[in-house]
Design a protein around this ligand. Structure first.
Ligand code: HEM
Length: 504
């Protein structure tokens, strides 16, 4: 008996080894997922870079216990190693296709099927529910259609006054302590959150008691998200409950959701007396949602999801871009002087400036775009393959995650020579004609591109013009002193500071 087993054991082992080899070609067995393959049968390595992993279990254990700063560095190192090619990671249950070139991004941006967001967005769902940013398929289509009119030019025109008022408040604060160091990370988010509360909800945050707690809760929720993003184990709710800041998450979530829900209820009462609304209330985006509710297109939960989505998608992105634009203006005196000369064309009284006049601040817009190119508010966005499909000649199994690394795409030296240098002239019309369509994508592109792009540019121009007009911006922080971090958005470990000097 023992002899029989001893004789047949090598045979069994050979069969098992053959079976393993056969299956492992199609499946990454130790990662419990199907492999990505080239459509034409060529070796995958000839089509895409496959970084070495630390263990036989794919890249699962390469990413544990990371900090937000090391996640940022990990991604930049991966792009560097890939030498301009897109690259592939494997995690348990899912391959992850990382795109760092405009040419590879094109097919994803243009696809009408690849519109479902990936696993990272699940972390946002407790706050955003099934809002425009996180939803997919039919729900997303119908919401996008409902909300598009809320960004029409005529609506932006009415928001311009809100931006100017908030701007006046901020510039008044700046006048109080000229010459002192300004911590932009403290000052600017207050401005953009106030703008959002008024344009989305129709309320002045400074005027209500809970305004301060709301601001605090949004900030705290972001801190917890940052912690979860840096550690894939924290995506698991049980692990997060046991080892993460679960309590902080739940408490602040309640504050933020209760706040917006209450404001919605109040606005609904006003909306139901439409005549009064027309006479006394400014339009807010919430009104578009309440009108859709009256027609049975959306319910209370849907309205809450959309409102929370707008607040979240808009306030941090614009403040990050403003912070980096002000930093770059401080660091580049020549660029700042050119912008200053341009804003002198606006009427002396800022209140008089029209939307057309802000639209004509072409060079200031180039500065904003170059800041977004070098330091995009959202450095990476994600999609999920919901049905096996072919992307860039690669067969992507169902559940493959796709990361579009906007940060790396916009630093491609083929499209932006000398990508590390700040050159707003790249965006002058004559310099953009031959650029790849998907080379500059800070607002994403295609169907799921940012709905608030024009809103954001206008809001940022109004503030930058007001600051440039009154003050000379002097440098304190240097780019080299900053450690960048990847959360949902791009951020820095250190505060970004500048000094302001009153202009004569
Ligand atoms: C500098 C400012 C901004 C930047 C850089 C930015 C960037 C982006 C990006 C990259 C996306 C795509 C996200 C993805 O695919 O996962 C996006 C989507 C979105 N943004 Fe913005 N955004 C900005 C300002 C705003 C503003 C001001 C609003 C609203 C007033 C807004 C509302 C949204 C919404 C609702 C979506 C989801 C759109 C959809 O999927 O249909 N964003 N934004």
């Amino acid at each position: 008996m023992i002899m029989k087993i001893l004789i047949s054991l090598p045979l069994v082992l050979i069969i098992l080894y053959k079976l393993w080899s056969y299956l492992n070609k199609k499946y990454f067995i130790l990662c419990l997922c199907k492999r990505v393959r080239a459509l034409d049968g060529s070796p995958l390595e000839s089509r895409i870079y496959i970084p070495p992993s630390k263990t036989p279990f794919g890249n699962n254990f390469d990413l544990l216990d990371f900090t937000p700063a090391s996640v940022f560095k990990f991604m930049r190192d991966a792009a560097l190693q890939a030498k301009g090619r897109s690259y592939l990671w494997y995690f348990f249950g899912t391959p992850m296709y990382n795109i760092v070139r405009a040419e590879d991004a094109e097919e994803v941006f243009q696809s009408s099927k690849l519109i479902t967001k990936n696993v990272i967005y699940d972390l946002l769902k407790p706050l955003l529910g099934e809002g425009l940013l996180t939803s997919t398929d039919q729900k997303w289509h119908s919401r996008r259609k409902t909300l598009t009119p809320a960004f029409h030019l005529s609506v932006l025109q009415s928001f311009l006054n809100i931006f100017k008022e908030e701007c006046k408040k901020l510039v008044k604060i700046l006048h109080q302590n000229p010459g002192e160091e300004l911590v932009l990370n403290q000052l600017i988010p207050q401005f953009t959150l106030n703008n959002m509360c008024e344009t989305v909800l129709g309320i002045k945050l400074d005027d209500i008691e809970e305004g301060f707690q709301y601001r605090q809760s949004i900030h705290a929720l972001e801190e917890v998200m940052l912690q979860r993003i840096a550690n894939p184990l924290m995506y698991n709710i049980v692990y997060f409950y046991l080892f993460g800041d679960y309590r902080k998450h739940v408490d602040n979530l309640k504050t933020a959701l209760d706040f917006s829900s209450r404001i919605i209820e109040e606005r609904r009462k006003l909306f139901q007396h439409k005549d009064d609304v027309g006479k006394r209330q400014r339009y807010a985006m919430l009104d578009t949602l309440l009108a859709a509710e009256a027609e049975g297109q959306i319910d209370h939960q849907g309205i809450c999801d959309e409102v929370n989505t707008f607040m979240f998608a808009a306030y941090d992105t614009t403040s990050t871009c403003l912070i980096f634009s002000l930093l770059m203006l401080a660091l580049r005196e020549d660029v700042q002087e050119r912008c200053f000369e341009e804003v002198l064309h606006l009427p002396q009284d800022h209140d008089e400036a029209s939307m057309l006049q802000f639209n004509e601040l072409f060079y200031l817009e180039c500065v904003i775009k170059e800041s977004l190119r070098m330091l995009p508010s959202i450095p990476v966005i994600g999609r999920k393959v919901t049905e096996e499909c072919v992307v860039n000649g690669l067969i992507m199994p169902r559940n493959t995650q796709i990361n579009l690394h906007i940060y790396d795409i916009m630093r491609d030296p083929r499209h932006f020579p000398d990508p590390e240098s700040f050159q707003p002239d790249r965006f002058l019309t004559e310099n953009t004609t031959n650029r790849h369509r998907f080379g500059f994508v800070p607002f994403s592109a295609g169907k799921r591109s940012c709905i608030g792009q024009k809103f954001a540019i206008l809001e940022m121009k109004v503030l930058l013009a007001a600051i440039l007009r009154s003050f000379r911006i002097l440098p304190v922080t240097t780019l080299q002193s900053l450690t960048f971090e990847t959360g949902i958005g791009l951020r820095t470990q250190q505060d970004v500071k500048v000094k302001l000097q009153l202009r004569e």
